[in-house]
Write a protein that binds this ligand. Structure first.
Ligand code: HEC
Ligand code: HEC
Ligand code: HEC
Ligand code: HEC
Ligand code: HEC
Ligand code: HEC
Ligand code: HEC
Length: 419
């Protein structure tokens, strides 16, 4: 919604915001049935949206997010914004003058509630943990809210996401929220309390924004014949997500298809200092990820050696659970077996320009080995979550092993992918 709208809507009463949307040609899919929204985490009539300054609407009501400017009972409930906001939200959707983190609450509409204290949701905010904790069982919280996750040193840059999504996806408007590239706030479900059931997924593919991704049986990692989820933290008998015995991928969303909606392309990146490890990638961009049978070893390309490895120079093995019978010839990993979707700690050392959203805990292994504190993160120990190895280290593995990496010499010419 652009400027002209302001004039027409300023005087309208609060309960007219539905009319406003329809007069602007917006329609909320599924609204007629009311089902999807009331089943969403936000629409829940007990735990859903509930702004403490908006007491005349019950929990879950749209009015906790949408309002006319200065219009509920003639006053504008907190937070007050200087002018009408896009989509009649209670604040501006995203402050795109902030091109890099750290972010503050007012930079993003979602942060007004997805903050652990001082927010507008009753109780002061919403607690959320990182992926490795909620789904992986890791126990050391770096952060306890979404704002905190995006303020970690390695994070998905919201300005770049907004620009990229606007350039690629037609549903995404100039004033759309970068979080909305991955989540539909009218559909996202309560996955954190049901981590083993992707029917409660929170995400929507940017190419299919009006549906939740992961709730369909064919939208799971079991779509790949040889996915095996990593161990749950502290266990060698239960698996992600949430510590389950079953390990056929049917309880994990197909994150690959989701992430590749964007990462099949070289995405532009503006975060100061952040660059690709890959010398063949266009400057100012990140590598296009090829997870197909002609791409990476961790994707659908079949590995060259057995789990016992090559057994000579540049040797390494693949460890549990991947070496347990029946050993599959071509494991396909999920992006979130290695990455966290929002943010992770900075990995210092190793000559890397970023820590690339790499998880601090992978396959029942707390990644450390190179010093004290949360930033203690050795590349070798990251790889040792799933491998043993005979060459190089403790840092420098990803100088040779990176997405689409090939032809990286190691004691003799080697042709073919090394990641
Ligand atoms: C958690 C906050 C939240 C709640 C609750 C919410 N919305 Fe929204 N809504 C948004 C955001 C954010 C956008 C802007 C989407 C974007 O950035 O592109 C939006 C956009 C819209 C749009 C514009 C079209 C679209 O889908 O983007 C309509 C229509 C709409 N909302 C209606 C509703 C109705 C009706 C309800 C209650 C049934 C509701 N919303 C509840 C946050 C919310
Ligand atoms: C690049 C895609 C992406 C972006 C951008 C993104 N998220 Fe997420 N988010 C995810 C994925 C993937 C999950 C994992 C949960 C799942 O699969 O249901 C998640 C989980 C969540 C959860 C649930 C966490 C839990 O406790 O399980 C919340 C809340 C959330 N995101 C809010 C946000 C907010 C707010 C923003 C913007 C500041 C945002 N996200 C931006 C991909 C994204
Ligand atoms: C008015 C407060 C409010 C705003 C604004 C808000 N949320 Fe939420 N959000 C909540 C509450 C409350 C929950 C439910 C928490 C729970 O049940 O644990 C929730 C849950 C979620 C979940 C599901 C997480 C889970 O695993 O339970 C996602 C995803 C999410 N929000 C994303 C967003 C995004 C993206 C935005 C901005 C477009 C946004 N929220 C704006 C209050 C808000
Ligand atoms: C086995 C662990 C692992 C898996 C699985 C994995 N990644 Fe990565 N990813 C890494 C490592 C290590 C790096 C840092 C080296 C590099 O840049 O390739 C990285 C870097 C990246 C980068 C930055 C690339 C650049 O040019 O700097 C992107 C984007 C990325 N990953 C996306 C994905 C997506 C999308 C998936 C799933 C289709 C995925 N990753 C699966 C380990 C993994
Ligand atoms: C100088 C470049 C280089 C560095 C640095 C390097 N590697 Fe390698 N690595 C290779 C090459 C090339 C191969 C493939 C050799 C072959 O299979 O013939 C390889 C193979 C591997 C294999 C699979 C081998 C097999 O037997 O299946 C693993 C696992 C591995 N490396 C892990 C690591 C780890 C962990 C580190 C960091 C501690 C590391 N590498 C550092 C170049 C390198
Ligand atoms: C809506 C598009 C979009 C989706 C979906 C998306 N990304 Fe990204 N991602 C980007 C953009 C744009 C960048 C470059 C800006 C930045 O560094 O955050 C990026 C950057 C990254 C980086 C490098 C970040 C750094 O700081 O080193 C990694 C790793 C990554 N994405 C992994 C993922 C994974 C894993 C998923 C799926 C859970 C995913 N992305 C989904 C758009 C997307
Ligand atoms: C979450 C577990 C996991 C992590 C973390 C991981 N790998 Fe792997 N890796 C695997 C699995 C499983 C395979 C076998 C894929 C297949 O069967 O096609 C594999 C395959 C490989 C191969 C190909 C071996 C061959 O025979 O062709 C190389 C090389 C490799 N990994 C290197 C690395 C390096 C270097 C790191 C750290 C940067 C790393 N991996 C991190 C699980 C992992």
């Amino acid at each position: 919604m652009k400027s002209g709208m302001k004039e027409r809507t300023r005087a309208a009463p609060a309960h007219c915001f539905f009319i406003l949307f329809f007069s602007q040609g917006f329609l909320l899919p599924g609204q007629a049935g009311a089902g999807p929204y009331t089943q969403s985490a936000h629409g829940n009539d007990t735990g859903g949206v509930n702004r403490s300054t908006v007491s005349n609407y019950s929990a879950g009501n749209c009015a906790h997010c949408h309002e006319q400017h200065a219009s509920i009972d003639g006053e504008e409930p907190s937070p007050a914004s200087a002018s009408a906001s896009p989509f009649a939200l209670f604040s501006d959707n995203f402050n795109n003058t902030v091109q890099a983190g750290p972010y503050v609450m007012a930079d993003n509409f979602c942060f007004y509630c997805h903050i652990n204290a001082g927010g507008v949701q009753s109780g002061g905010g919403v607690t959320n943990y990182q992926y490795a904790i909620t789904y992986g069982g890791y126990t050391t919280n770096s952060v306890t809210d979404i704002l905190g996750a995006f303020n970690l040193s390695s994070y998905h840059n919201l300005y770049d996401i907004q620009n990229f999504a606007e350039s690629k996806f037609s549903f995404f408007k100039e004033t759309s929220n970068p979080c909305v590239a991955c989540h539909n706030p009218h559909l996202a479900k309560n996955h954190q309390d049901n981590p083993s059931d992707p029917a409660y997924s929170t995400i929507s593919k940017p190419t299919d924004h009006e549906a939740v991704w992961g709730d369909g049986a064919n939208e799971r990692m079991s779509a790949y014949t040889s996915y095996r989820p990593p161990f749950y933290y502290g266990s060698t008998t239960t698996y992600e997500p949430g510590g389950v015995a079953l390990h056929d991928g049917s309880q994990t969303t197909d994150y690959n298809a989701f992430c590749l909606d964007c990462h099949q392309y070289e995405v532009p990146v503006s975060t100061p200092g952040l660059a690709s490890m890959n010398p063949n990638t266009t400057a100012g961009h990140l590598t296009a990820i090829n997870w197909s049978a002609s791409g990476d070893m961790h994707g659908q390309r079949a590995r060259i050696y057995d789990v016992g490895g090559r057994g000579s120079a540049c040797w390494g093995t693949i460890i549990a659970p991947y070496d347990a019978a029946p050993v599959k010839s071509n494991y396909v990993l999920s992006c979130l077996d290695c990455h966290d979707p929002h943010g992770t700690v900075l990995v210092s050392g190793g000559g890397r320009p970023s820590s690339y959203l790499l998880r601090k805990e992978v396959n029942n292994n707390k990644v450390d080995g190179c010093g004290p504190g949360a930033q203690d993160f050795c590349e070798s120990d990251f790889c040792f979550s799933c491998h043993t190895n005979s060459h190089a280290g403790p840092q420098g593995c990803i100088v040779c092993h990176y997405h689409s990496g090939a032809n990286k010499n190691c004691a003799g010419p080697w042709v073919g992918p090394t990641f």
